[in-house]
Design a protein around this ligand. Sequence first.
Ligand code: GLU
Ligand code: ZN
Length: 495
Amino acid sequence: MSVRVRYAPSPTGLQHIGGVRTALFNYFFARAAGGSFILRIEDTDRERYSDESLDDLYRTLDWLGLSWDEGPQVGGEYGPYVQSQRFELYREHAHRLVEAGRAYPCYCSSERLEEVRRKQKEEKSSIFGYDRHCRDLTPEQRAEYEDQGIKPVIRFKVPMEGETSFEDVLLDKVKRKNRDISPDPVILKSDGFPTYHLANVVDDHLMKISHILRAQEWISSGPLHVLLYEAFGWDPPVYCHLPMVMGKDGQKLSKRHGSTSVRDFRLQGYLPEAIINYVSLLGWSYDDSREFFRKEELEKVFSLEKLNKAPAVFDYKKLDWFNGNYIRELDDDVLQKQIRPYLIEAGFLSDPPTPEQEELISEIIPLIKERLSRLAEVPELVRFLFQDPAEYDAQLLVPKKTDPAKTMEMLRAVRGLIQNFSENSDEELEDEFRNLAEQLEVKLGQLLMPLRVSITGSKVSPPLFGAMRILGEQEVTKRIDRGIGYLERLAETNK
Ligand code: GLU
Ligand code: ZN
């Protein structure tokens, strides 16, 4: 059997990390098996549909570098691949089931259905949902409704006894009593639009889908779908419901935990390589140790046998760690291109940047590359290189276990030391600072702190000597002098 799998998103919101995991697993499974990866747009829910979601879907797949063998834009033998262009097919199939006695028209008004629901609630009834009122209407009763011009919905006749089961690759046998399946769900609405269940099943069959890899949220639809296949006289595909993705607290991953949309991750400066790598490990592993995988490798080594049953936990810190690693693997000029928009947005660069500004960013890159975990962190990290941090808490200048007077002495000595510092290497500078620290009987870290704070306005910064070189001696001296001034005042008030 040739492998044909699909990603079948509904464009009703931004692509989220769970959806991307489904897309990736289908894609890798197809590639590893030499099969086909199909994209199908499930846009039957016209109320929740939005163009923005559809654009976001394409943009996401493009950003991740996922291409599909059949689907919108590329076409294929079993198209169209957009459900709103296939409505006629679904109507035909719904009526086929009516003729076979496996589905029936329901003429109930929404008021009646509302009333049924209200009563069930009131009586705390064990059955919940449609009361099968129209299941056994006589042809005469039907004709009567038709004469009144009532447009029916089509409902699927779920057997009232027995049970339905299917084999799931990951979860083994999934069983459900038929009476626990939603009573006679609508498969075709009165306006002729299909519901998810009908469109999904009809398309998977007509598109010759071999395996269904989808989120575990869909498992409850499984038995109903199997019944639909059976009613049509078709064989269902192989099912594989993917493990849930949870937050660290064991709850289903949601916005409460942090970003969940791919767009957010993209804007924060996660690289597609990192997202692909990390997301692929949500419920799948190659072995106990290997963690780094590029897309091209996953296209070869992915297999369903290595899926995990246990829910996956989405760890934002781990993703940051992956991202940092992939950032460090970028060539400097690629990284420069990637951080440019963030610096423009922060107002540090003109748009487009001048050649001098480009030169400046290329000097900044080596200072920050080692410590980045997200590209959006760059502006804060380098703000002091573009803006003079004139206002900061003077107390920051004073290292632990010293006082403003002593700190002032240190900073004055440092000011003398750094005359012509640009000519010295980092090693030479460090030696000089070490000697000075010894003379002043302070630790090197203590000596550097007031220098760092006067230059950057913060206790943490990129490597100091490199940053000082970028600022130049004049600017550095000016900031040190300001620091000394702050310390003078502080020492004064402390007296
Ligand atoms: N359109 C459904 C979704 O948005 C597809 C579910 C399935 O894969 O069957 O996830
Ligand atoms: Zn009815």
